[in-house]
Design a protein around this ligand. Sequence first.
Ligand code: ADP
Ligand code: ADP
Length: 228
Amino acid sequence: GRFLAVAGLRKSYGTGVVTPVLRGTDLELERHRIGVILGPSGSGKSTLMNIVGGIDRADGGTVEVDGERLSDFTDDQLLEYRRTRVGFVFQFYNLVPNLTAGENVEVVSNISEKPLQTDDVLAAVGLADKKDRFPCELSGGEQQRVAIARAIVKSPRLLLCDEPTGALDVETSLGVLALLQRVNAEFGTTILMITHNSAIADMTHSVFRMRDGQVEDVTHHDQPVPAE
Ligand code: ADP
Ligand code: ADP
Protein backbone atom coordinates (compact mmCIF):
# COMPACT_ATOMS: atom_id res chain seq x y z
CA GLY A 1 0.00 0.00 0.00
CA ARG A 2 0.80 3.68 0.08
CA PHE A 3 3.25 5.05 2.64
CA LEU A 4 0.77 7.81 3.51
CA ALA A 5 -2.96 7.33 3.01
CA VAL A 6 -5.42 9.98 4.15
CA ALA A 7 -9.08 9.11 3.52
CA GLY A 8 -12.23 11.09 4.20
CA LEU A 9 -10.52 13.19 6.84
CA ARG A 10 -12.80 15.54 8.80
CA LYS A 11 -11.95 18.27 11.30
CA SER A 12 -13.92 21.15 12.73
CA TYR A 13 -13.03 23.79 15.27
CA GLY A 14 -15.23 25.52 17.82
CA THR A 15 -18.25 24.55 19.88
CA GLY A 16 -21.82 25.53 19.07
CA VAL A 17 -21.26 27.02 15.64
CA VAL A 18 -18.60 24.64 14.33
CA THR A 19 -16.49 25.54 11.33
CA PRO A 20 -15.54 22.56 9.15
CA VAL A 21 -11.89 22.93 8.15
CA LEU A 22 -11.31 19.50 6.61
CA ARG A 23 -14.37 18.22 4.74
CA GLY A 24 -13.52 14.71 3.61
CA THR A 25 -9.89 15.17 2.60
CA ASP A 26 -8.17 12.39 0.60
CA LEU A 27 -4.44 12.25 -0.12
CA GLU A 28 -2.06 9.40 -0.97
CA LEU A 29 1.71 9.62 -1.15
CA GLU A 30 4.04 6.77 -2.04
CA ARG A 31 7.13 5.84 -0.05
CA HIS A 32 10.36 7.77 -0.81
CA ARG A 33 8.45 10.50 -2.66
CA ILE A 34 8.18 14.26 -2.20
CA GLY A 35 4.64 15.63 -2.10
CA VAL A 36 3.60 19.26 -1.93
CA ILE A 37 0.30 20.79 -0.81
CA LEU A 38 -0.69 24.03 -2.52
CA GLY A 39 -3.81 26.06 -1.81
CA PRO A 40 -5.17 29.37 -0.61
CA SER A 41 -4.73 30.54 2.95
CA GLY A 42 -7.36 28.94 5.19
CA SER A 43 -7.95 25.92 2.92
CA GLY A 44 -6.84 23.49 5.67
CA LYS A 45 -3.24 22.74 4.69
CA SER A 46 -1.70 23.18 8.16
CA THR A 47 -4.59 21.38 9.85
CA LEU A 48 -4.06 18.38 7.57
CA MET A 49 -0.30 18.45 8.16
CA ASN A 50 -0.74 18.67 11.94
CA ILE A 51 -3.02 15.61 11.95
CA VAL A 52 -0.59 13.62 9.75
CA GLY A 53 2.21 14.63 12.14
CA GLY A 54 0.30 13.54 15.23
CA ILE A 55 0.13 17.09 16.63
CA ASP A 56 -3.66 17.14 16.36
CA ARG A 57 -6.43 14.55 16.04
CA ALA A 58 -9.13 14.31 13.37
CA ASP A 59 -12.89 14.13 14.04
CA GLY A 60 -13.39 11.44 11.39
CA GLY A 61 -11.77 9.62 8.49
CA THR A 62 -8.42 7.85 8.58
CA VAL A 63 -4.69 8.54 8.34
CA GLU A 64 -2.37 5.61 7.76
CA VAL A 65 1.40 6.07 7.87
CA ASP A 66 3.58 3.12 6.95
CA GLY A 67 0.73 0.72 7.69
CA GLU A 68 -0.22 2.22 11.05
CA ARG A 69 -3.53 3.96 11.65
CA LEU A 70 -3.04 7.10 13.73
CA SER A 71 -6.57 7.05 15.16
CA ASP A 72 -5.80 3.66 16.74
CA PHE A 73 -2.95 5.19 18.78
CA THR A 74 -3.38 6.10 22.44
CA ASP A 75 -2.17 9.58 23.37
CA ASP A 76 1.14 8.09 24.54
CA GLN A 77 1.58 6.18 21.29
CA LEU A 78 0.79 9.32 19.30
CA LEU A 79 3.44 11.23 21.27
CA GLU A 80 5.96 8.45 20.61
CA TYR A 81 5.05 8.49 16.90
CA ARG A 82 5.56 12.22 16.59
CA ARG A 83 8.81 12.17 18.58
CA THR A 84 10.52 9.26 16.88
CA ARG A 85 9.05 8.81 13.42
CA VAL A 86 8.28 12.31 12.14
CA GLY A 87 10.60 15.25 11.50
CA PHE A 88 9.16 18.78 11.39
CA VAL A 89 10.46 21.88 9.61
CA PHE A 90 8.67 25.21 10.02
CA GLN A 91 8.74 28.57 8.26
CA PHE A 92 10.58 30.40 11.05
CA TYR A 93 13.18 27.70 11.83
CA ASN A 94 12.31 27.58 15.59
CA LEU A 95 15.93 27.05 16.62
CA VAL A 96 16.93 27.42 20.27
CA PRO A 97 18.73 30.81 20.20
CA ASN A 98 21.24 30.18 23.00
CA LEU A 99 22.43 26.85 21.55
CA THR A 100 24.91 26.55 18.67
CA ALA A 101 23.96 24.91 15.37
CA GLY A 102 25.63 21.68 16.54
CA GLU A 103 23.89 21.79 19.93
CA ASN A 104 20.49 22.41 18.31
CA VAL A 105 20.95 19.14 16.40
CA GLU A 106 22.51 17.35 19.38
CA VAL A 107 19.56 17.88 21.74
CA VAL A 108 17.28 16.06 19.31
CA SER A 109 19.87 13.36 18.63
CA ASN A 110 20.14 12.70 22.38
CA ILE A 111 16.44 11.83 22.71
CA SER A 112 16.24 9.73 19.52
CA GLU A 113 16.13 5.95 19.28
CA LYS A 114 18.55 5.52 16.39
CA PRO A 115 20.00 8.94 15.59
CA LEU A 116 22.39 9.70 12.76
CA GLN A 117 25.72 11.29 13.74
CA THR A 118 25.38 15.05 14.30
CA ASP A 119 28.54 15.73 12.29
CA ASP A 120 27.28 13.65 9.37
CA VAL A 121 23.96 15.48 9.31
CA LEU A 122 25.59 18.91 9.51
CA ALA A 123 27.89 17.88 6.66
CA ALA A 124 24.89 16.67 4.64
CA VAL A 125 23.26 20.11 4.91
CA GLY A 126 26.55 21.83 4.07
CA LEU A 127 27.21 23.34 7.50
CA ALA A 128 30.10 21.27 8.85
CA ASP A 129 32.17 24.42 9.25
CA LYS A 130 29.43 26.37 11.09
CA LYS A 131 28.74 23.86 13.85
CA ASP A 132 29.77 26.30 16.61
CA ARG A 133 27.83 29.30 15.31
CA PHE A 134 24.74 30.52 17.11
CA PRO A 135 21.51 30.98 15.08
CA CYS A 136 21.88 34.80 15.12
CA GLU A 137 25.26 34.37 13.42
CA LEU A 138 23.76 32.45 10.50
CA SER A 139 21.82 33.64 7.46
CA GLY A 140 18.15 32.69 7.02
CA GLY A 141 19.06 29.97 4.55
CA GLU A 142 21.64 28.57 6.92
CA GLN A 143 19.23 28.61 9.87
CA GLN A 144 16.73 26.62 7.79
CA ARG A 145 19.52 24.15 6.95
CA VAL A 146 20.15 23.69 10.69
CA ALA A 147 16.41 23.15 11.18
CA ILE A 148 16.45 20.49 8.45
CA ALA A 149 19.51 18.86 10.05
CA ARG A 150 17.67 18.81 13.38
CA ALA A 151 14.59 17.27 11.75
CA ILE A 152 16.49 14.47 9.97
CA VAL A 153 18.99 13.54 12.72
CA LYS A 154 16.43 11.19 14.28
CA SER A 155 16.18 9.44 10.89
CA PRO A 156 12.42 9.95 10.55
CA ARG A 157 10.50 8.01 7.92
CA LEU A 158 8.41 11.09 7.25
CA LEU A 159 9.53 14.71 7.02
CA LEU A 160 6.79 17.35 7.27
CA CYS A 161 7.66 20.88 6.16
CA ASP A 162 5.22 23.75 6.70
CA GLU A 163 6.24 26.64 4.41
CA PRO A 164 9.96 25.77 4.67
CA THR A 165 10.91 28.52 2.21
CA GLY A 166 8.25 31.05 3.25
CA ALA A 167 10.76 33.39 4.89
CA LEU A 168 13.51 33.04 2.26
CA ASP A 169 14.33 34.78 -1.01
CA VAL A 170 13.98 32.92 -4.31
CA GLU A 171 17.60 31.85 -4.62
CA THR A 172 17.88 30.65 -1.02
CA SER A 173 14.55 28.82 -1.39
CA LEU A 174 15.92 26.85 -4.32
CA GLY A 175 18.92 25.89 -2.18
CA VAL A 176 16.61 24.58 0.55
CA LEU A 177 14.56 22.67 -2.05
CA ALA A 178 17.74 21.16 -3.48
CA LEU A 179 18.66 20.07 0.03
CA LEU A 180 15.24 18.45 0.57
CA GLN A 181 15.63 16.65 -2.78
CA ARG A 182 19.02 15.37 -1.62
CA VAL A 183 17.62 14.21 1.74
CA ASN A 184 14.86 12.40 -0.17
CA ALA A 185 17.32 10.74 -2.55
CA GLU A 186 20.08 9.89 -0.06
CA PHE A 187 18.11 8.97 3.06
CA GLY A 188 14.93 7.79 1.31
CA THR A 189 12.85 10.07 3.51
CA THR A 190 9.28 10.59 2.38
CA ILE A 191 8.60 14.34 2.43
CA LEU A 192 5.30 16.22 2.56
CA MET A 193 5.50 20.00 2.42
CA ILE A 194 3.21 22.99 2.30
CA THR A 195 4.14 25.95 0.16
CA HIS A 196 2.64 29.07 -1.38
CA ASN A 197 5.34 28.98 -4.05
CA SER A 198 3.83 27.17 -7.04
CA ALA A 199 7.23 27.28 -8.81
CA ILE A 200 8.29 24.54 -6.39
CA ALA A 201 5.57 22.15 -7.62
CA ASP A 202 7.58 20.84 -10.59
CA MET A 203 10.41 19.92 -8.23
CA THR A 204 8.28 17.32 -6.42
CA HIS A 205 6.71 13.96 -7.32
CA SER A 206 3.13 14.71 -6.31
CA VAL A 207 1.22 18.00 -6.20
CA PHE A 208 -1.97 18.24 -4.14
CA ARG A 209 -4.11 21.34 -4.61
CA MET A 210 -6.43 22.07 -1.69
CA ARG A 211 -9.53 24.24 -1.60
CA ASP A 212 -12.12 24.53 1.17
CA GLY A 213 -10.88 21.54 3.13
CA GLN A 214 -10.58 19.11 0.24
CA VAL A 215 -7.85 18.01 -2.16
CA GLU A 216 -9.45 18.97 -5.45
CA ASP A 217 -6.61 18.17 -7.88
CA VAL A 218 -3.55 15.88 -7.93
CA THR A 219 -0.63 15.92 -10.41
CA HIS A 220 2.28 13.47 -10.50
CA HIS A 221 5.78 13.91 -11.93
CA ASP A 222 7.95 10.88 -12.61
CA GLN A 223 11.02 13.08 -12.90
CA PRO A 224 10.95 16.11 -10.58
CA VAL A 225 12.94 19.06 -11.88
CA PRO A 226 16.19 19.45 -9.91
CA ALA A 227 16.06 22.64 -7.83
CA GLU A 228 19.71 23.38 -8.58
P1 ADP B 1 -4.02 26.86 5.77
O1 ADP B 1 -2.83 26.15 6.35
O2 ADP B 1 -4.45 26.31 4.46
O3 ADP B 1 -3.86 28.33 5.74
P2 ADP B 1 -5.27 26.13 8.27
O4 ADP B 1 -5.35 24.66 8.35
O5 ADP B 1 -4.20 26.81 9.03
O6 ADP B 1 -5.26 26.56 6.74
O7 ADP B 1 -6.64 26.77 8.76
C1 ADP B 1 -7.90 26.44 8.16
C2 ADP B 1 -8.99 27.13 8.96
O8 ADP B 1 -9.05 26.56 10.26
C3 ADP B 1 -8.78 28.60 9.14
O9 ADP B 1 -10.03 29.25 8.96
C4 ADP B 1 -8.33 28.73 10.57
O10 ADP B 1 -8.74 29.95 11.11
C5 ADP B 1 -9.01 27.56 11.24
N1 ADP B 1 -8.21 27.03 12.36
C6 ADP B 1 -7.00 26.45 12.27
N2 ADP B 1 -6.55 26.05 13.47
C7 ADP B 1 -7.51 26.40 14.37
C8 ADP B 1 -7.66 26.27 15.79
N3 ADP B 1 -6.72 25.70 16.54
N4 ADP B 1 -8.81 26.74 16.35
C9 ADP B 1 -9.75 27.30 15.59
N5 ADP B 1 -9.68 27.48 14.27
C10 ADP B 1 -8.58 27.02 13.65
P1 ADP C 1 22.48 32.53 2.29
O1 ADP C 1 22.50 32.80 0.83
O2 ADP C 1 22.88 31.13 2.64
O3 ADP C 1 21.18 32.93 2.97
P2 ADP C 1 23.82 35.02 2.96
O4 ADP C 1 24.27 35.47 1.60
O5 ADP C 1 22.66 35.69 3.60
O6 ADP C 1 23.63 33.43 2.96
O7 ADP C 1 25.06 35.09 3.97
C1 ADP C 1 26.40 34.83 3.52
C2 ADP C 1 27.31 34.61 4.71
O8 ADP C 1 27.16 35.65 5.69
C3 ADP C 1 27.03 33.32 5.42
O9 ADP C 1 28.19 32.53 5.45
C4 ADP C 1 26.58 33.67 6.81
O10 ADP C 1 27.22 32.84 7.76
C5 ADP C 1 27.02 35.09 6.99
N1 ADP C 1 25.97 35.81 7.73
C6 ADP C 1 24.74 36.12 7.29
N2 ADP C 1 24.05 36.78 8.22
C7 ADP C 1 24.86 36.91 9.29
C8 ADP C 1 24.75 37.49 10.60
N3 ADP C 1 23.63 38.09 10.99
N4 ADP C 1 25.80 37.41 11.43
C9 ADP C 1 26.93 36.78 11.05
N5 ADP C 1 27.11 36.22 9.83
C10 ADP C 1 26.11 36.29 8.97
